[in-house]
Design a protein around this ligand. Sequence first.
Ligand SMILES: Cc1cc2nc3c(=O)[nH]c(=O)nc-3n(C[C@H](O)[C@H](O)[C@H](O)COP(=O)(O)OP(=O)(O)OC[C@H]3O[C@@H](n4cnc5c(N)ncnc54)[C@H](O)[C@@H]3O)c2cc1C
Length: 365
Amino acid sequence: MDFEYAIIGGGVVGLSIARGLSARGKRVAVFDGEDTDYRASRGNFGLIWVQSKGLQAPAYARWTRQSAALWRGFADELEAASGIDLALVQQGGWDFFFSEKSLHARASLYQGLADQLGERDDFEITDANKLKREEPAIGPQVVGALYGARDGHVNPLRLLQALGQTLQRSDSKYLTGCIVQSVRALASGFEINTANGPVRAQKVVLAAGLGAAILGPSLGFVAPVRPQRGQVIVTQKLSPFIRRPSGIIRQVDEGGVQIGDSNEEVGFDDSQQLSVMAKLAQRAVKVYPVLANASIVRSWSALRIMSPDGLPIYQESRLYPGAYLATCHSGITLAAAHTCLLPSWLEGEESAPRLEAFSEERFAL
Ligand SMILES: Cc1cc2nc3c(=O)[nH]c(=O)nc-3n(C[C@H](O)[C@H](O)[C@H](O)COP(=O)(O)OP(=O)(O)OC[C@H]3O[C@@H](n4cnc5c(N)ncnc54)[C@H](O)[C@@H]3O)c2cc1C
């Protein structure tokens, strides 16, 4: 057998899993496609985001919290191994509100989740005065915010680069521009077919993002993922004026302000739309009026990978044991869990996290 694991997809999900496996001494091959593929890992907002996650799904809330708690240690190790600064800042984040009513409605949802999880001090209602002290540049239209202490942000491109580099330096292989055309279950293990010929691996993890829907059926998965477009705009570099990130605005370590993001059901269309970007920009100026004077230097759109209920899917194939599907729409937030916890699930260890709530069989019901 050439490898113990073949991972199809070299986005943040595939590479995080590969890092965890290779740290355990497993020989892994990651196959990644072409630059023309849809690649959420290269177009996201870089948040490690806990508040608002799993409001209707406590298992997802727990999984997200576990990952957020692991992030600092995961980043320290990855930075030491790669020499790349991930620009991780995890000192809390904001959810801004323009009306008291919506703030308190949201807060009661958060309280409901905190009660279910048995967690105290999970979030904090921050009124306009306190918010102004914490974020002096905040505009008068913001009536308050919800503060989540576990939230943070990171440079997602450096994360990807660091994961890829450390994998290259190990016994494992990171094969870019290498599309998997088909996968076949053998009497023992799997055969992965690419234009460069077949490769054999004991186990296979399908982490191909939106590409999972194409290869999934040959491994016994439905892989019911759909695209959801998000647009992001970036300003010129500015002196630091935003202390904490929010789901819609963050200032990166290099000074630019990222403004996002939309949630558009437009199929496989990753074009940009001025009308959507204008709305994002207007909302950002309402939050931080100083942004009205900033120039926009870049913008893009990218496609999220959404399951029908928005939660991750982790599934071992019933038809072909040893084949796994892993996909989610919060691959940055969950990168630490995917590296530190998912390998023990793939290895079938007793201490593995319980992931039944994320089986794709939930959709059959
Ligand atoms: C606008 C936007 C903002 C976001 N913001 C955040 C955020 O703030 N925080 C957060 O946690 N998440 C965020 N996300 C989600 C996050 O980006 C994704 O969850 C994550 O990138 C998914 O990673 P992935 O590896 O599953 O998929 P991808 O990054 O899409 O990677 C899949 C890879 O599989 C490869 N592939 C496909 N088919 C094949 C094949 N047959 N053979 C070989 N390779 C193949 C492709 O080339 C690709 O590189 C955001 C997403 C978007 C679009």
